[in-house]
Design a protein around this ligand. Structure first.
Ligand code: GDP
Ligand code: MN
Length: 340
């Protein structure tokens, strides 16, 4: 695709070709959004914002996935705000829907209890499908096979600063596998048996656990119990090769067979966080202070010296979630001291 339209009414010479677009080095990366057709308005807004703040200078390809075919309207409106390549994919049935071997009576009972206990999305099967898909399937989709890196974006999120650097290349050069902007506690009621299942797995496969892991972030007592801290996965820039590894593949399959995605409501955020936290070295997980990011109701706003000014950020640094009592930034900084 050509970056600048030659059919524009403004002559070509007034457009400044951006050197980044012709850069010699690019990462093998895509920007990924899972969305429904009903998300169209919010999807377009997120895409437009990330294009403005980042991707207009880089033109990484976008991939959109849905378990139903995208409407012509969705495709037309999203394509209209993207200048580079874009693909729309259908999720295979078996990657999305509840497997046959799940005991439906047990799953129904689990949902009913969560509805009574007023747990968010407690009664939703589609939300559980989504969490399971994001935990263990998206990186197997045929459209994603050609890529190593992805940046997960959701409808209705906001980017408050200019992002004038290439986060994928930064990660590649610094041997990172996972990165985040916001960390917080999970609702215990959604994952009551997750940690015991994780412990069973690591007892069986101790060889997969990194000797320099992030247990000091995930647990306050050396791994006996989970402190519920996780990276908020609606934003992720990460390596799909890490999820495709033997360690994470066996880990996901083990969790899946336990059935907690349906009997409870295991989220992809704690599953990814525990996977990255145990199988990667702690220095392979990166916190982006300089990416101002908002997903309702929380915002991360840069606090490191000069980051807010450099990014021309619109967010209020005083109200950054980093300082919230519900943030797990304290736990993260126990093992990875802040570098502003
Ligand atoms: P929350 O952030 O946990 O409140 O969950 P969201 O409703 O934002 O869903 C997370 C992501 O999954 C978003 O990108 C949604 O667009 C997407 N999503 C959620 N449910 C479905 C679904 O049933 N089908 C599809 N295709 N996408 C979904
Ligand atoms: Mn969301």
């Amino acid at each position: 695709q050509i970056p600048w339209s030659s059919t524009s009414s403004i002559p070509e010479q007034y457009y400044h070709p951006n050197p980044a677009v012709n850069a010699t080095r690019r990462a093998n990366a895509t920007i990924l959004m899972l969305a429904r057709n009903s998300d169209t308005d919010n999807a377009v807004r997120s895409v437009r914002e990330l294009e403005d703040k980042f991707n207009k200078n880089f033109q990484y390809p976008w991939v959109f996935l849905n378990e139903e075919p995208f409407s012509e309207e969705f495709k037309r409106r999203v394509s209209n705000v993207i200048s580079g390549p874009v693909e729309f994919g259908l999720i295979p049935h078996d990657h999305w829907f509840q497997p046959d071997w799940i005991d439906e009576a047990k799953a129904t009972a689990g949902r009913e209890k969560m509805v009574q206990d007023r747990i968010i999305y407690g009664g939703s099967v589609s939300y559980r499908n989504m969490c399971r898909f994001n935990s263990g399937f998206f990186y197997r989709h045929s459209l994603l096979q050609k890529y190593k890196w992805y940046w997960r974006v959701e409808p209705d999120v906001h980017f408050h600063c200019d992002i004038e650097f290439d986060p994928f290349l930064y990660m590649e050069d610094n041997d990172k596998v996972y990165s985040f902007t916001i960390t917080m506690y999970e609702y215990y009621a959604t994952i009551p048996t997750l940690w015991d299942t994780v412990k069973k797995f690591t007892d069986m496969y101790p060889q997969f656990v990194s000797s320099d892991n992030s247990m000091g972030y995930l647990s306050d007592n050396g791994g006996e119990t989970y402190n519920l801290c996780h990276f908020w996965s609606n934003f992720e820039i990460a390596s799909m090769d890490f999820w495709r590894s033997e360690a994470y593949t066996k880990f996901f399959n083990f969790l899946d067979e336990a059935g907690g995605f349906y009997y409870e409501r295991w989220g992809d955020a704690p599953v990814h966080s525990i996977g990255a936290g145990l199988f990667a070295r702690k220095d392979q997980i990166h916190f982006w202070d300089n990416i101002g990011y908002e997903h309702n109701p929380y915002t991360h706003c840069p606090r490191g010296s000069g980051n807010w000014e450099k990014g021309k950020c619109a967010c209020d640094p005083k109200r950054s979630f980093d300082f919230d009592g519900y943030s797990c930034m304290r736990q993260w900084e126990r093992i990875s001291p802040f570098q502003g």
